[in-house]
Design a protein around this ligand. Structure first.
Ligand SMILES: *[C@@H]1O[C@H](CO)[C@@H](O)[C@H](O)[C@H]1NC(C)=O
Ligand SMILES: *[C@@H]1O[C@H](CO)[C@@H](O)[C@H](O)[C@H]1NC(C)=O
Ligand SMILES: [Cu+2]
Length: 233
């Protein structure tokens, strides 16, 4: 009984650490907005931004200085599309649970409210709505150099445009794992970097995560479980 409980506990911990989630954000599909505009992500999760026509960016600012590129922040540069999602998407890894304020640096877009946030503060006045209202009248700009992430071949995320639910959920389903795999190979095949700064692409992070799947370690745990139970008894 006790060893069972311990064993399933270990398996649960393993499953959650082995599956980094991937979040899809659509830029400019419906006007000056990112959808979804609020993401709750864990360290190690990946955010993929898919660009619709209009020449958008995904650029990080501080909360206090909306529409202005943060020093050392995340930036996709301008990505354009003639129709539908651009052939390249911008992929970045969430490295901490601190809030990440993102906006579009195309002139006028941030002022029109084109922004999203990863891990907004749970309380207090630093809300996306406050960020957006402070954005009004700002000109908006973005560096041209890509930073904090990579432009990789787009992995289409909106079959039938029913993408709202998949984006909102952080749970790692089999489907999400396979799309992570696709992202990973795309990253390996055709990573375009600015400044060549990507030893650790989201792709390689994803594939190393995938290697630590529950399946190969299961026999190990089956051995370790009773041993651990014995140690704690
Ligand atoms: C997260 O860390 C990796 C290096 O481990 C780095 O390549 C990546 O740019 C970082 N992501 C962000 C958003 O800064
Ligand atoms: C997705 O969300 C947008 C607004 O955020 C809404 O207009 C659209 O109808 C939603 N689509 C679905 C399939 O729920
Ligand atoms: Cu834009």
């Amino acid at each position: 009984m006790r060893s069972h409980a311990l064993l399933s506990l270990s398996l649960g911990a393993l499953a959650s650490s082995g599956h980094a989630a991937t979040f899809d954000v659509d830029a400019g599909e419906h006007g000056f907005s990112f959808e979804p505009d609020t993401i709750t992500a864990a360290v190690g999760d990946t955010v993929n931004v898919h660009f619709y026509p209009g020449g958008h960016t995904a650029t990080q600012s501080t909360f206090d200085d909306p529409c202005f590129p943060m020093s050392g922040g995340i930036n996709s540069g301008v990505v354009n599309s003639n129709s539908g999602q651009a052939s390249m998407m911008f992929s970045f890894r969430v490295n901490s649970t601190d809030p990440i304020w993102m906006y579009c640096g195309a002139p006028g877009h941030c002022a029109a409210g084109m922004a999203f946030v990863v891990n907004p503060p749970a309380s207090g006045g630093s809300t996306l709505a406050a960020y957006q209202s402070a954005s009004s009248g700002k000109s908006g700009s973005a560096p041209s150099a890509v930073s904090g992430g990579v432009l990789v071949a787009n992995v289409e995320n909106d079959e039938g445009d029913g993408d709202n639910s998949s984006s909102a959920s952080g749970s790692a389903t089999a489907a999400q794992s396979s799309s992570t795999t696709a992202t990973g190979s795309a990253a390996a095949a055709s990573t375009t970097t600015a400044g060549g700064s990507t030893t650790d692409t989201p792709g390689s992070a994803a594939s190393s995560n995938l290697k630590v799947g529950p399946a190969p370690l299961l026999p190990l745990l089956l051995l370790a479980g009773p041993a651990a139970a014995w140690m704690f008894s």
